[in-house]
Design a protein around this ligand. Structure first.
Ligand code: GLC
Length: 743
């Protein structure tokens, strides 16, 4: 009898165990659904509410919600931004653990180009055309940020920008959809590493969705008005690349697109992002942008703003408080369904589970790891590496560069010679120790050996005083070579930093003229977050380096280039105009019915009568201390079906005396199409290191994807016809070309 009882008892236990285990949700979707079922509407709405922490705001401060920690304890806040460091984030997380359901907070931060170590601004990194280096930069930033309690960066900014008056051009990857898409992918992979759940992985956020960089007049936050075909051809590709790379989140933009603010743009968020692209992450609004739809005139109040945004696919409300203030009533009024709320909450909770925050809300709050991870020599070396890869050699006549170590003296002149914190540029964090930033002056002190360094500030950045000119002139006269460090202030590019005049500010170009009059060999380093206008300098100074803002290792990277320890190989990711009057100016433009065939061709052509048509420096421009020859272009065949491909090859040779890297660029043009196509489009490139005299055969494969474009019905199509392939060192320096047919 006992055996029977024992068997029955064991069966009973296993049935109960089975029923319990069956009830225990195993997968993340099951866990999310189980949690959703337990949440009140107020708790659900709390997850859609993101507020600024008590640290620096990155937008216009709205009236405070009282004590945020109390709101967190009551489940009214699901995410906090602008709180950094284990100590602070842990305090906020502890408050969340006192809420009824203990749903952990997400901590978001603009880790745009570094956390404790600052890397070059993104536009500078883009000039490296070096995807592994760009990915590594983001990887290090993520590693440091995650150790500092952050799980989410509001990056990469992937807005295509063709207007350097727009201050946020510094934050992206320039004007080209192909290059921008590769860089978006590299940055998403860098930030997310081996995937959420890893302790050094943080959520990426592709922003600003969409077309924010096309603000009319280059004026930040201004309207955007464009054909949907241009949207798909130019502005969406980097976002699609970010989504394909697995970006966990998107951020929508401040601008209206053709009259509909992005925060309530159903076409962008539901039709394209969550629909066509199948995006499973969540969308956060930009700072206050939901509430700003009242200013847009799209809605009359916060109630309507919340309704329009949540129904259009904005899942989380950053800082406008529209959701926390109005969603409950909108549900009661049946203007917003519970299903819509649940869909948004589900997307957010899914990420919190994927990050492992429900397993351990403090897994990003390890103070020992925070100390151990920051500012390691290996990471600083990586910062120096990408910084020197970002420096563009615009000009180097008479081989003024690289400098000899045998010079008796060098004069360092200009307002940015000793600048340190300025090297961080905009969107840098106050986490690292600014005293560790290497200025040009400090870099020279380390690199110049026995050469005597002289210094004069000469002038300020925007001030018009010339009082320092005389001293600077005398200092220059004492030296064998003069190096000038000139540019903007770092707060002259970035958010809400549009300039109508992008000339080198103040009296800096007058100082350059004065120093040039000494007749000394002159090198000018230009530091800025945008293309500036500096025509006199460009025409008269023999050696010019564009250094952007290079971050912690600025001075070392600059001297690596100045002394030739590293041969510059960067290429411009954006066109440099001759003056503001040319803007918008970009390389992949259409031919028009009256193209100008030369700079002075103004005879009934699309040209200015008072200015050459070409830019000052073209997209893809950048020199080296060596030279490269392009030869022996071959096509595997001269025609292809759209199901086929053509392989192109050519020989690239280092014909100089320095080892160096060349970014060989491949451009395509469809000669006849409807609608018409640009005169050239970047469709490939290879960054190749060659020793002096070395030759490598470079190949490029043409397939349907490289020939496809959007028609007026927004279908991605190809059209048979003749294509031109152009291979070059810049968009205006084509070395080889040939044609082929798509049958
Ligand atoms: C800012 C920016 C956005 C940033 C956010 C949070 O206004 O537009 O790029 O991520 O607010 O700082």
């Amino acid at each position: 009898m006992n055996r029977i009882k024992q068997t029955v008892f064991l069966c009973l236990i296993s049935c109960i165990a089975a029923s319990i285990t069956n009830a225990q949700p195993k997968t993340i979707p099951q866990k999310v659904d189980a949690l959703l079922k337990r949440m009140t509407l107020a708790e659900k709405i709390g997850q859609l509410n993101q507020l600024n922490g008590d640290w620096e705001a990155t937008g216009p401060i709205t009236k405070d919600l009282g004590n945020k920690l109390d709101a967190i304890k009551h489940g009214e806040i699901g995410s906090v931004l602008n709180i950094v460091g284990v100590k602070h984030t842990r305090a906020f997380q502890e408050a969340a653990m006192q809420s009824r359901l203990k749903i952990p907070l997400l901590f978001g931060q603009d880790v745009i180009h570094g956390y404790s170590i600052t890397f070059p601004i993104p536009l500078g990194e883009a000039a490296s055309w070096d995807m592994p280096a760009i990915e590594r930069s983001a990887r290090i930033a993520a590693t440091e940020a995650a150790a500092g309690g952050i799980q989410w960066t509001f990056a990469p900014m992937v807005d295509i920008a063709r207007d350097p008056r727009w201050g946020r051009v510094m934050e992206g990857a320039g004007e080209d959809p192909y290059l921008g898409s590769l860089i978006a992918t590299a940055r998403v992979h860098g930030f997310q590493g081996k995937g959420l759940g890893n302790l050094d992985a943080i959520m990426a956020c592709a922003k600003h969705f969409a077309a924010y960089g096309a603000a009319i007049g280059g004026r930040d936050y201004n309207s955007v008005d464009m054909s949907l075909r241009t949207l798909w051809e130019v502005y969406l590709p980097p976002f699609k690349a970010a989504a394909d790379a697995g970006a966990s989140t998107f951020m929508n933009s401040f601008n209206d697109l053709n009259g509909t603010p992005a925060s309530a743009n159903r076409y962008l968020m539901r039709d394209i992002l969550k629909g066509k692209w199948g995006f499973k992450g969540f969308v956060v609004s930009d700072w206050g942008s939901i509430g700003e739809m009242i200013n847009h005139g799209y809605v009359k109040d916060g109630y309507e703003a919340a309704e329009a945004s949540i129904n259009a696919g904005s899942d989380m409300d950053m800082e406008s408080r529209s959701y926390i203030n109005h969603l409950a009533k909108l549900v009661a009024d049946k203007k917003v369904t519970i299903a819509t709320i649940d869909e948004a909450v589900r997307r957010i909770l899914t990420k919190k589970f994927e990050l492992g925050l429900f397993d351990d809300p403090y897994r990003f709050s390890d103070a020992d790891r925070e100390k151990r991870v920051m500012n390691t020599p290996e990471h600083l070396e990586a910062a120096r590496d990408i910084a020197r890869k970002s420096i563009v050699l615009l000009k180097n006549e008479h081989n003024v560069l690289p400098l000899s170590k045998d010079l008796n003296s060098i004069a360092l002149i200009g307002p940015l010679v000793k600048a340190k914190k300025e090297m961080k540029g905009f969107w840098s964090l106050d986490v690292g120790d600014e005293s560790q930033i290497v200025s040009l002056y400090e870099g020279m002190q380390q690199a110049a050996g026995k050469t005597n360094l002289l210094y004069a500030r000469g002038c300020d950045i925007t001030d018009t005083s010339r009082a320092g000119f005389d001293e600077a002139y005398k200092t220059a006269m004492q030296a064998d070579v003069v190096i000038m460090a000139m540019g903007e202030r770092p707060d002259m590019t970035g958010e809400a930093k549009s300039r109508s005049n992008i000339h080198l500010p103040g009296v800096q170009e007058d100082l350059i003229k004065a120093i040039s009059a000494t007749g000394k060999p002159l090198v000018v380093l230009l530091m800025s977050g945008r293309p500036m206008v500096f025509n006199w300098t460009a025409d008269h100074v023999p050696a010019i380096l564009y250094t952007w803002w290079l971050g912690n290792q600025a001075g070392n990277a600059m001297t690596d280039i100045l002394y030739g320890n590293y041969n510059p190989g960067a290429k411009l990711p954006i066109t440099f105009p001759r003056t503001e009057g040319q803007i918008p100016i970009y390389y992949n433009h259409l031919n028009t019915g009256r193209p100008a065939h030369a700079d002075n061709d103004v005879n009934y052509t699309s040209a200015y009568i008072d200015l050459p048509n070409s830019p000052k420096y073209a997209f893809g421009h950048g020199l080296s201390y060596t030279t490269f020859s392009y030869s022996n272009l071959k096509f595997s065949k001269k025609s292809m079906l759209k199901t086929g491909s053509i392989t192109v090859s050519f020989d690239l040779q280092n014909t100089g005396k320095y080892a160096g890297e060349e970014v060989a660029q491949f451009y395509l043009r469809q000669m006849v199409s409807q609608p018409v196509r640009p005169i050239k489009e970047l469709k490939g490139f290879q960054k190749v290191m060659l020793q002096p005299g070395e030759t490598k055969t470079i190949t490029f494969t043409i397939d349907k994807e490289k020939l496809a474009f959007y028609n007026d019905q927004l279908e991605r199509i190809t059209q048979p016809g003749e294509f031109q392939l152009m291979v070059g060192s810049a968009s205006d320096d084509i070395r080889l070309q040939g044609d082929f047919q798509l049958l």
